[in-house]
Structures are given as structure tokens and as C-alpha cells.
Design a protein around this ligand. Sequence first.
Ligand code: B12
Ligand code: SF4
Ligand code: SF4
Length: 361
Amino acid sequence: MVDIRSLDRDGAIAEARALGFEMAGVVTREESRHLAHFRKWLESGRHGTMAYLERPDAVRRRGSLHLTLRTFRSALVVSHAYAGPHPTTPPGDPSRAIIARYARGRDYHHVITERLEDLARGLERAAGRPVRYRTCVDTGPILERELAALAGLGWFGKNTMLIHPRRGSYFFLGVLLTDLPLAASTPFREEHCGSCRRCLDACPTGALLGRDDSGAPVMDAARCISYLTIELKGAIPEELRPAIGNRVFGCDICQEVCPWNGKFAAPTAEPAYAPRADLDGPSLIDLATRILDMSGKAFQREFANSPVSRARRNGMLRNLCVALGNWGAPEAAPVLERAARDRSPLVREHADWALERIRER
Ligand code: B12
Ligand code: SF4
Ligand code: SF4
């Protein structure tokens, strides 16, 4: 339970910190200034098949916070670091699966939403009245990174990530919209990328397109490995499969190469994000064998508390087939032959592609 003694911006920020959010700031601006960029991005089709982003009501709501909370007066924007103290990615071992750092522990939607609810209860006690609020973690129709920059949490890197000079970019964002009259924080105004272009050069699929005339970084999400392995429900375009390597869920490459994620970025102190043993560089063969034995429902049960559930059984097997094909070792053939007889046509097609890769070597 939090105890907010004074209901002002600094009191609210201090309590957010006490709840484990490393950074917090307040935004009072109601209208988005990035909405036109967002619309242009949708018009160019760079969101791929993420239809939820283009729903007209959701697009409108991104433009105005009042449409999500009618009595909106201020938003508390928080960050929650997720990268662990040890680099657990198995570099250079193509027989093991890489799961993006953010997805190795408990699902952040649950973790952050629970804490934002605690924060709202603390604010209510301090205000001495019921507070109208909405929690948004990722899934709400909110441009979270625009709000975070306004709240002073960082700048937009060329990799499109929100980056803080002392905290890097391995952090989630959460937003608490309220009807409280808190004072606004100072927006983050500097840009620390300079002439660096490491992320642009490192992206294996060419998804990062640099900055446009307004200075906004642009991504072709339809080419991003994170999209291809998580959001895309159908077949992965064949020409992009080799570039995915052994990344079976999400991608961190454009953050790994970023100098701001070096020595200054402190590791998370949050136990909920500690990696599960089975998602911490597992063998591709073992993970694929395990999931082949599961029904769709059993998969959802097994990964109920993990971001990995979003890919669903068939999506995860599709990704594992691509990674096994990219590894290309003959040991991968037996599990792929099983996958080639799976009940899912999606899995069968990707298993056939992978077996072909092994035969071609
Ligand atoms: C859709 C989505 C994706 C898509 C598209 C990503 C993208 N870059 O747009 C995919 C599936 C590819 C994806 C991947 C990842 N995601 Co994601 N994703 C989202 C989501 C739900 C919406 C983002 C969105 O609207 N994108 C559309 C673009 C156009 O909008 P935008 O990113 O908000 O910001 C743009 C504008 O503000 C504009 N802009 C910037 N400066 C300026 C200046 C001016 C003057 C103007 C006009 C505009 C402008 O440029 C930005 C980029 O185009 C957000 C949560 C949310 N509700 O915001 C999480 C979110 C962005 N994702 C997050 C994470 C952690 C990831 C991954 C790291 C996961 C992983 N390891 O695989 C990767 C990172 C890939 C990358 N380099 O971005 C975090 C990012 C935290 C951070 N520190 O930035 C978020 C905020 C979720 C959260 N609550 O923590 N994601
Ligand atoms: S997450 Fe990976 S694929 Fe996506 S833009 Fe970054 S480096 Fe490219
Ligand atoms: S790698 Fe370089 S260009 Fe890319 S976000 Fe980091 S500092 Fe900016």
C-alpha cells in the first residue's frame, strides 16, 4: 500500500518510484502532436496486418486523451526496466532459441497494470475523494512514447525506441490517466543519436528507415522481426526468413547495438522479469518438441503468464521451424519431419521450407 502525503506532482512521482517504477513524469497536454505522423504511417501500409492499429475509433482516440477518459486532467507516465543483469542471449549458438529480453519473465501487462492500480489507490487516499482513472499498458489507443517524451522520460532514437541517457531503452512504459490537476513535468528536448547509425546498419531486415523531414524515426514494421514472429498470424515472407536467424520471439538487435544500452543502463531490480528457465536460451529442438506435444489450449495454459502466449502455439512453431531451418544441421531433421505432419497447415509449410534448407546445405 502506498501512502501519498501530498497530492502534487512530486508526491505522485515519488510514490510511483516507491512502487518500483524507475522513472515517472506528468503530462497535461490533451491533444497529440504526433497523430498526423501516425496516420501517414498507416496510409503507407507500414503497420502490416496489425489491423487493431487502424480501427477508426482507435485512431481518433490516439489524438485526444479525453476520448479515453472524459474527465482527463493529467497523465502519470512511468517506466519499468526489464533487462536482467546477465546477458542471457546465447550469441553465436544457432541451435538455441533467442527470446527477446522483454518476454523472458512474467507478462509486463499484468505486472505494470497491478502497480498502476496501487498508484491510483494511493492517489485517491491522498486526494480524499474517488479519482477517475484509466490504466494503459501497451494495448490502449494511446501514443505512449509521445506521452513519455513529454513527461521527460527520454528521446526517440533512430531505432524508434524511447531512450534515456542514463537508463538506455530496455524499459516498458505505463500510463495512468486521471482527473487530478497535477502540474506538468518538463518534456525531454535533447536528441542524443547525433550522427550514429548503428541500429540502422544492424537491422537484419532493413526495417529502420531513418528520420523523416519532421525528425521522426520511421519503421517499416511489416519487415521487423518482432512483428514477423509475434504479430503476424500467417506465413512469414520467404525472403525474410533467413534474416530471422534463431530469434523465435521478438528482436533486440537495434537495442543491443545502441551505445546508450551500454554501461550506463542499470539492470532491473524487478523479480517478476527474471527469466523463466525454459525461455532463457532453450534448445530449438527441445522447445519445438515440447510445443508439438501441446494442443493450442495447453500452450495458452502453459504460457498464460508470459508474453509468449501472444504468438499462440502455431505461430511459435512456425517461428521455431524457421530457426531450425536457419540452423540447418541434420540433427534438426527429425523434429522438423514431425512438424511437417502437424495438424496446422502453417506449421507444415514452414517445416517443409526448413527441411528443404537442410537438404540444400
Ligand atoms: C505497434 C507496436 C509495435 C510494432 C511497431 C513498432 C514501432 N516502432 O512502431 C512492433 C510489433 C514492430 C513492435 C516492436 C517492439 N516493441 Co512495441 N509497441 C507497439 C505499440 C503497441 C504501438 C506503437 C505505435 O503506435 N507505433 C506507430 C508509430 C508511428 O508510433 P510510435 O512508435 O508511438 O512513435 C512514433 C511517433 O511518435 C513519431 N515521432 C517521434 N518524434 C517525432 C517528432 C515529431 C515532430 C513528429 C511529428 C512525430 C514524431 O515517430 C515515432 C516512430 O515512428 C506500443 C505501445 C503504445 N500503445 O504506444 C508498443 C511499444 C512501442 N513497444 C515496445 C517494445 C518493448 C517493443 C520491442 C522492443 C519488443 C521486442 N523486443 O521485440 C520491439 C521494438 C522494435 C522497435 N525498434 O520499435 C515498448 C517500447 C518502450 C520504449 N522504451 O520505447 C512499447 C511502448 C510498449 C510498452 N508499453 O512498453 N511494437
Ligand atoms: S527489432 Fe530487430 S528487426 Fe525490428 S527494427 Fe529492430 S533490429 Fe530491425
Ligand atoms: S544505435 Fe545510435 S542511432 Fe540508433 S538509437 Fe542508438 S544512438 Fe540512436
